[in-house]
Design a binder for this molecule. Structure first.
Ligand code: ADP
Length: 460
């Protein structure tokens, strides 16, 4: 079991594969080289033998016609020729029944493959066959030749062992190098899984490991964000719930104790607190939906001027009841963008509703739609209370209300802008606010005209 575990280790697998690969490679090269040299040498010998055979045959013709049985003189002539060229010779009759001359018997058996045979023609007729081979033994018995060959062998063995050792070391180093980064990532990932969030895995090593490290870092950051989010939400919520609950509890306690009368006015107070609480719960639900909206967007090509005009129409009665002048300005060309209509209506409703809410009677609210090739820009400007410089950076935070008492009075729970922001960001858009206290505010939503799902995926 431990052996199996050992062989499943990344560095062992890498080491083995590099080693096997390099050994196969080296052996292949060695075999090819040997085979090649031998083959070349064999080819050379055969063609050389042929050349010499023709020379001998030519010489034989010059000596007169050789035909068996050969005279003493002819035999010693052939012996001399064979010795001169360092080869074995056999001369046999045309019907291959009689051997007229043979020096093969002097040597150990010669393999058929290294024998060359040619017909001997003289005077226009084939007289017999000449067979020849090199006397290899001569060379092989030569001590200097043997010594040379042994030295050569030794060197190639040494070279081979050196290459093997180098490739073992090389495989070991590469395997260790590759697996080291992975091991580091694994160790840090384990720490992340135990709840440590302040860890950043170094993005090092091969591309895949780098990507893994980057993904884990991203994941750890996202986890931290989520945990912080949850933590802050709990804090905000407890805080937000405590005030109305305490107020209601003390009022009811006083009624139960008989300190207060359960009159209409008191019941109205409690009723309003309860309405606020249920609005808070509803808005929280909407915020949670908005924050996961990017996964559920129902994207459609939409005429944004029409869409903004719809929101404008919806709010005319509310504005009129507060004696606020609600206006709509847009380019004359229809501008199209790919958006989730309901979600964008919700965004615009939130900011237009705020503008009306935080503008006093006789004020003015203007909705504007602008357009360029890449984006649609919708803004909502009012000349209402405005937001102080101190509050401005936080108004998009959950449950943040610039002026607690006044917003509480106006019924806001501080979630409208967080919902709007989450929905706009789900579209890859932006939302920003400019404001001057006492002068008014302008909220600007910018949405890309093309919704790029692929980009979203890559970013995720
Ligand atoms: P709320 O439900 O309290 O309106 P929002 O998230 O919609 O919560 O807004 C957060 C805070 O931003 C508000 O409490 C308010 O103080 C401020 N705010 C938003 N819009 C405007 C505006 N048009 N004019 C002035 N203040 C605004």
């Amino acid at each position: 079991m431990r052996i199996v575990h050992f062989f499943r280790k990344m560095n062992v697998i890498l080491f083995m594969s590099f080693l096997v690969y390099s050994l196969i490679f080296i052996s292949l090269i060695a075999a090819l080289e040997n085979f090649n040299w031998k083959q070349l040498f064999d080819n050379f010998q055969i063609s050389d033998l042929e050349k010499k055979a023709y020379l001998i045959m030519d010489d034989m013709r010059n000596q007169g016609i050789f035909e068996g049985p050969l005279s003493e003189e002819q035999q010693s002539w052939l012996s001399r020729r064979a010795a001169l060229h360092g080869m074995l010779l056999e001369f046999e009759s045309k019907d291959r029944k009689t051997v007229w001359f043979n020096s093969f018997t002097r040597a150990t058996p010669v393999p058929e493959s290294s024998i060359r045979e040619l017909p001997y023609t003289a005077g226009g007729a084939t007289r017999g066959y000449l067979r020849m081979a090199y006397i290899l033994e001569n060379n092989e018995l030569d001590p200097t030749f043997v010594e040379f060959q042994e030295a050569l062998n030794l060197r190639s063995k040494l070279l081979f062992s050196l290459i093997v050792v180098v490739s073992i070391a090389f495989s070991f180093l590469i395997a260790r190098m590759l697996s080291r980064h992975l091991k580091n990532v694994d160790e840090l990932a384990k720490q992340i899984s135990t709840g440590q969030r302040d860890i950043t895995i170094p993005v090092k090593g091969p591309d895949e490991v780098r990507r893994l490290a980057a993904t884990l870092n991203e994941m750890s950051r996202e986890l931290k964000k989520q945990e912080d989010w949850r933590h802050h939400l709990m804090e905000d919520l407890t805080h937000e719930l405590r005030t109305p609950l305490t107020s209601m509890l003390s009022q009811i306690e006083a009624i139960v104790d008989g300190v207060y009368e359960a009159d209409n006015e008191r019941m109205q107070d409690i009723y309003e607190e309860l309405i606020r609480l249920s609005r808070l719960v509803n808005d929280l639900e909407r915020l949670s939906e908005a924050e996961s909206a990017r996964f559920t967007l129902n994207i459609r090509r939409t005429n944004m001027v029409q869409l903004a005009r719809r929101v404008y129409n919806n709010y005319i009665p509310v504005a009129r009841s507060k004696n606020i002048k609600l206006m709509f300005e847009s380019t004359n060309v229809p501008c199209y963008a790919q958006v989730d209509r309901d979600k964008i209506v919700q965004v615009l409703s939130n900011i237009v509703m705020n503008a009306i809410k935080y503008t006093s009677e006789g004020g003015r609210v203007t909705i504007r739609v602008d357009w360029n090739v890449d984006e649609t820009i919708i803004s909502c400007e009012d000349n209402g209370t405005g937001i102080s410089e101190n509050d401005l950076p936080y108004i998009f935070n959950r449950l943040y209300r610039a002026d607690k008492s006044r917003s509480r009075f106006s019924g806001g729970v501080g979630l409208g802008l967080s919902i709007a922001k989450a929905l706009v960001e789900a579209h890859d858009g932006t939302i920003r606010a400019e404001s001057k206290l006492g002068r008014g505010s302008r909220f600007t939503v910018t949405l890309p005209n093309e919704y790029n799902a692929y980009q979203r995926e890559a970013m995720d």
